[in-house]
Write a protein that binds this ligand. Sequence first.
Ligand code: SAH
Length: 205
Amino acid sequence: MRDMVDSQLVSRGIKNPQVLQAMRDINRSLFVPEPEKAFSFDDTPLSIGWGQTISQPYIVAYMTEKLQLKSTHRVLEIGTGSGYQAAVLSELVSQVFSIEKIPELASKARINLNANNFENITIKEDDGYSGWEKHAPFDAIIVTAAAPFVPEPLMNQLNEGGRMIIPLGPERGTQYLVQICRNNKTYIRQRLIPVRFVPFLSRNF
Ligand code: SAH
């Protein structure tokens, strides 16, 4: 894991010490299913079943760093998947809320996170398009599936001064990570790096 952090993250410019520490502390192999275990620390996304993937470690670190998290923050994730990104976030903030559309993945992630004593993560099985009004506003929102546009409810559930990071673009073709900062009722967008994510599955798109 030390090697993963140094050779994949530090070498590519990830600097935030808390993010690097969280990536050192949290064992990615806990979130990788049996057939893929041998590749747990590889520089690549891996299959987690149901056509979904656990993201490449660098992308997890990059998105987490961009959120500029504080220990008091409450964060919303759309796309729990394996629960790995949620686990990394949970070490950096006070509360993580995560929504997963595929029931089997939501339940597997919940069981795995509980078994490994991640206590500040709450998972809901639902379409994340509508966010989680009950717990809004969020200081940070991270979307881990590619959408054609930013769902309006997520914009509304972002706190003043909050940040969102979301992959935007078509399922096949070029997607970009986009960062959105909310400031005095305005939203400032910035296009970051090209990426390849699984699609955001919603009836609203
Ligand atoms: N963050 C995950 C990677 C997730 S892959 C990890 O650390 O492992 C993207 C996930 O988004 C998949 O599990 C997929 O089922 C989920 N997803 C896709 N569309 C969704 C939607 N509308 N609402 C919630 N989850 C969704």
